[in-house]
Design a protein. Structure first.
Length: 200
């Protein structure tokens, strides 16, 4: 059950939904929940198209991986399950997307990609602690200025999408037991830490 009350709608009235369905094979719940403000919804769809879907300096797989690790760090079950399915639908070769989301450090991906995901995780979790040294580390792994910029923007977009999904109370499009259990444990640990901090 989502938090906002949305009117019934006809998908045909939203041409962008057809484009999303063609790209992903489904229309994520995230978008229909915003039909009361089609202008905001369209702006997000355009951002997604530019940041995630268009060819850029980073590979599509790298951008999906960034989205997965950041969404998992933010405990966004909705975004992680959606992007796990998207990775499968795109037939991107590599480890199971759940492995990337929950434990990219031990996944069978290149050292350079691990460094990229480490950087994005730090940027997501501790933005104020990012410094020139973090960016220089990416350069030592061969990442160009364009690729680093794209990684930063993708991280920011993932965080934005996570916050919107939480605010809307977006129901996951797919059931994913692995992700539900992993993020459920992390949420429980987060809550117990908060309680302990409040008590102390």
């Amino acid at each position: 059950m989502t938090y906002l009350k949305n009117p019934p709608f006809d998908e045909k009235d939203f041409p962008s939904f057809a484009a999303i369905r063609e790209q992903f094979g489904f229309v994520p719940n995230f978008f229909p929940e915003q039909i009361r403000r089609p202008d905001l919804m369209e702006a997000q769809i355009n951002l997604m198209g530019t940041i995630l879907l268009k060819d850029g300096a980073l590979l599509r797989q790298q951008k999906e991986y960034i989205f997965l690790v950041c969404s998992a760090a933010n405990l966004s079950t909705y975004c992680v399950t959606a992007h796990c399915e998207i990775v499968r639908m795109l037939k991107l070769e590599g480890p199971e997307p759940e492995q990337i989301a929950v434990d990219h450090v031990h996944a069978k991906i290149s050292i350079a990609d691990k460094a990229l995901l480490n950087f994005c995780t730090k940027l997501n979790d501790q933005s104020a602690k990012i410094d020139a040294g973090d960016v220089e580390t990416l350069r030592t792994y061969g990442f160009s200025e364009q690729q680093i910029l794209e990684a930063i923007v993708t991280t920011g977009f993932a965080r934005f999408a996570n916050v919107v999904a939480f605010g809307l109370g977006t129901v996951p499009d797919f059931e994913n037991r692995k992700i539900a259990e992993a993020l459920g444990k992390a949420k429980a640990l987060d809550r117990s830490t908060d309680v302990a901090s409040a008590a102390g």
